[in-house]
Design a protein around this ligand. Structure first.
Ligand SMILES: C[S@@+](CC[C@H](N)C(=O)[O-])C[C@H]1O[C@@H](n2cnc3c(N)ncnc32)[C@H](O)[C@@H]1O
Length: 255
């Protein structure tokens, strides 16, 4: 524990506390046949986040939380491993594994330093996990190390534009004004909130991914349908129908 970087220690305490709010959503997502992504629950058939064929592939979820994404991968035939920084989140994941009789390894640890050998996986994914709460300068090169040549990395997180438009006060939705500078954004701490988040500009993601050994396949800007709902207060549907509030990066490990 004391070896962990300061942001990982802080986020661990926070997520152990927040885990209780993620039990019911985790249960709902485990029960879903079709994956639904992000805060608006965009169906997989619309957004196409997963590779078409996962059968027999080795996959890892970086910051798996209650591990419903891992469960979706396992049901599609992947040999999946989930890693998460919060033991409480993993406790929910373990209970749901038992309930569904669907077992795969769940590791308690930091996605910036995963205890697996180089080139262990074909597919790595993070939905608001390591891609938001771990340091990109650490977890992206780590994902590159873990993936085999040609392996795919997919992550979904807040859009950079949303990060610039969210008021610092908790519970208030993004406005149509840029509230902070775009240059130099990396580690983000909101006032009165112990969490440490990480956000990068598109140029910074692109250069980091390329420097770490990835080619970029796609950047999908998520647009919810006109009747979508969310339980999160930081963005309205009106906003998210006009500007992307979430983005999905797809990158491939260079041979
Ligand atoms: C929002 S949840 C993501 C899981 C799920 N997809 C969801 O959206 O509910 C964020 C998760 O990232 C985990 N996390 C934060 N920092 C991490 C790190 N450095 N390594 C691994 N997991 C981390 C947290 O413990 C938490 O369970």
């Amino acid at each position: 524990m004391s070896d962990l970087p300061e942001h990982v220690r802080r986020n661990r305490a926070l997520w152990d506390d927040w885990a209780r709010h993620y039990v019911a959503p985790g249960e709902e997502s485990w029960s879903a046949d079709e994956p639904r992504w992000g805060i608006w629950g965009v169906p997989e058939s619309e957004i196409g986040i997963l590779p078409e064929n996962l059968v027999g592939t080795d996959a890892i979820e970086l910051g798996c939380g209650t591990a419903y994404v891992s469960a979706w991968l396992a049901r599609r035939g992947a040999r999946v491993v989930g890693i998460d920084n919060s033991e409480r989140q993993l406790a929910t994941a373990r209970r749901l594994q038992k309930q569904y009789g669907l077992y795969f390894p769940l590791l308690h640890g930091n996605a910036e330093a995963v205890p697996y050998p180089d080139q262990s996986f074909d597919f790595a994914i993070s939905e608001y996990g390591a891609c938001l709460w771990a340091d990109p300068q650490r977890w992206v090169p780590e994902a590159a190390r873990l993936l085999r040549p040609g392996g795919q990395l997919v992550f979904l997180t807040n859009s950079f534009l949303l990060t610039l438009c969210i008021p610092a006060e908790d519970g208030i939705a993004a406005t149509d004004r840029l509230l902070r500078a775009a240059f130099g954004v990396h580690r983000v701490e909101w006032p009165g909130d112990p969490a440490v988040e990480f956000h990068l500009s598109h140029g910074d993601w692109l250069r980091l991914l390329r420097r770490s050994g990835f080619d970029i396949d796609d950047l999908v800007e998520v647009r919810p349908t006109a009747d979508a709902t969310t339980r999160y207060p930081f963005v309205t549907l009106e906003w998210a129908r006009q500007w992307p509030c979430e983005e999905v990066w797809k990158a491939r490990r260079r041979a």
